[in-house]
Design a protein around this ligand. Structure first.
Ligand SMILES: Nc1ncnc2c1ncn2[C@@H]1O[C@H](COP(=O)(O)OP(=O)(O)O)[C@@H](O)[C@H]1O
Ligand SMILES: Cc1ncc(COP(=O)(O)OP(=O)(O)O)c(N)n1
Length: 516
């Protein structure tokens, strides 16, 4: 019986994973992440980390029985999640307890083998497990477990997986969650099937995107305990799956930020929740910068940067870069004007508006000086139509190259989000990365004995502009403040926007080599 509005009391009966990614540790995090009150009866202890299981210890089944009795004799249990039980005795103990207590929601994840290949169920326990399955309302085997329970080959396609899930449902009388995690391909679908349901056997089918990460340790544990929790609240399996699958996709997407272990790391169960400890000034911006460490290193290693510094950059590449810079600045100016329009304070409004104005000034200056000295390259066939330049009535004869166009389009899409914080995060890499790359280039250039004869010396000299450095510091501070005020979901969107713009910055520096 669903208890709408009440906090579900959810008991996990499972094994312990000391590295915190799977088992009861994952279950307790998932239950809390879904707004439930988590409890745990430990059936087995494993010694494991993100790379595999090194030992398993199973306490006497009587001790498991004592834990279950202690909980259910005092606390009303709204939902039970069953995971690793380890032995036939433990399985029989849980079965007897379920028959006696009849919890309203029972989700059984038939844990047999970890993704690392390690066995988590004794060889002689499969018969006992088969007898436990009908006690559950929902079974959540992964595809190898589904195959083992049916004593069939592992399904190789989604259609085969659905058919196998239906056979298990028919055989046990329980609903089955068919999971696409172990299939290949860009999609990661899940489906709820119930062979005996009056409305038809497929209760829900949700197509999901496969998140490109190796941090999939404990996804099955996390999903099954989250499902038990949400089901206790909603009483609607299809809705519970929709909510938990979206949450798990977010947890997988944010998993890299945890930096736990060197193998298959855990998912970030609380990616959606506010941090209880508020971020200190600068901390959010620092974390954005840390996220793009790899992209920053790739920019430093680009031939464009090395050749500009050495003075060996082909003239055509430099001209292409200048032309695209002018075109980009025109679009970027419009984006900064939009940041200004969304800004929450007059100080920020003024700052971004000044930035928009400065972009147009720099664009005009580029035409007046650099572009008149360096031949403008021909329009790029892949680019969009040229915009009229504001200088002296002369039209820019080049079109936006593919990278410029994609970068500006990305910024315009971010401005459509309507979020000041997200748009500021999208706009920031243009300040921050340009300032960092420029400062490093400038200081190395200034130390050269032949700096005066350098073909790009005058250009590199522009990187020393203290007004731009100050504007960059303020852009970082305003974005940081917006990030500290943002909800967890908005922070995630800021991270994605900042990362995408940083990747475009890298592509922009590399564009002359590929498109000039
Ligand atoms: N890379 C991924 N991207 C998105 N969802 C995933 C990914 N890997 C697994 N999932 C999802 O995680 C859940 C657990 O799936 P699965 O990996 O099949 O189970 P298990 O963890 O028990 O082996 C399912 O909802 C599945 O769709
Ligand atoms: C103690 C414990 N229980 C279960 C598992 C298996 O976790 P699961 O979520 O099925 O997925 P993988 O971690 O195997 O990918 C476990 N490893 N430890």
């Amino acid at each position: 019986m669903a208890r709408a509005g009440a906090i579900p009391r959810v008991l996990s009966i499972a094994g312990s994973d000391p590295s915190g990614g799977a088992g009861i540790q994952a279950d307790l995090k998932s239950i809390a992440a879904m707004g439930g009150y988590g409890m745990a009866a430990i059936a087995a202890l494993t010694a494991q980390n993100t790379r595999g299981v090194t030992a398993v210890h199973t306490p006497p089944a009587e001790f498991l029985a004592a834990q279950l009795e202690a909980v259910s004799s005092d606390i009303e249990v709204d939902a039970v999640k069953i995971g690793m039980l380890g032995t036939a005795e433990a399985i029989r103990t849980v079965r007897a307890w379920l028959e006696r207590t009849r919890p309203p929601v029972v989700v059984l994840d038939p844990v047999m083998i970890a993704t690392s290949g390690d066995r988590l169920l004794a060889d002689d326990a499969e018969e006992a497990l088969a007898a436990l399955l009908p006690q559950a309302h929902l079974l959540t085997p992964n595809l190898p477990e589904l195959a083992a329970l049916l004593k069939e080959p592992v399904p190789a396609t989604w259609e085969e997986a659905l058919a196998a899930g239906l056979r298990l449902s028919e055989r046990t009388g329980s609903a089955v969650l068919v999971k696409g995690g172990h299939l290949d391909g860009a999609d990661c679908p899940d489906a709820l099937v119930d062979a005996r349901h009056e409305d038809g056997p497929v209760l829900a089918e949700i197509g999901g995107r496969r998140v490109a990460t190796q941090n999939t340790h404990g996804t099955g544990c996390s999903l099954s305990s989250a499902l038990a929790t949400v089901q206790a609240r909603t009483g609607d399996w299809a809705r519970s799956l929709a909510v938990t699958k979206e949450w798990l996709e977010g947890a997988l997407t944010a998993s890299d930020r945890l930096e736990v272990g060197r193998g298959h790391g855990p998912v970030h169960h609380f990616h959606h929740a506010e941090a209880a400890v508020p971020l200190a000034p600068g901390e959010f911006a620092e974390s954005l910068w840390a996220d793009i460490a790899k992209v920053r290193a790739e920019i430093d290693a680009l031939p464009f940067v090395a050749e500009l510094e050495a003075g060996t950059l082909p003239e055509a590449h430099f001209a292409y870069y200048l032309t695209q810079d002018a075109l980009y600045l025109n679009g970027y100016s419009r984006v900064l004007a939009r940041v200004s329009a969304l800004a929450p304070t007059e100080e920020e409004q003024l700052f971004w508006a000044e930035g928009a104005h400065a972009c147009l000034e720099v664009e005009a200056e580029l035409h007046r000086t650099w572009l008149s000295r360096h031949p403008t390259v021909a329009p790029d066939a892949a680019g969009s139509p040229a915009e009229a330049a504001p200088t002296g009535g002369r039209a820019v004869t080049a079109a936006q190259g593919p990278v410029t166009k994609a970068y500006v389009d990305h910024l315009l899409a971010a401005s459509a989000s309507g979020s000041y914080a997200v748009l500021a995060a999208a706009a920031l890499p243009c300040y921050w990365i340009y300032a960092e790359v420029g400062a490093a280039l400038h200081s190395r250039h200034a130390a050269r004995s032949d700096a005066a004869d350098h073909p790009y010396g005058a250009w590199i000299g522009t990187y020393a502009d203290e007004r731009f450095a100050e504007a960059t510091r303020r852009a970082i501070a305003f974005t940081d403040a917006a990030g500290r005020r943002a909800s967890a979901g908005e922070q995630e969107a800021m991270r994605e926007a900042f990362m995408a713009s940083s990747v475009y910055e890298r592509e922009f520096f590399d564009a002359p080599r590929r498109h000039a």
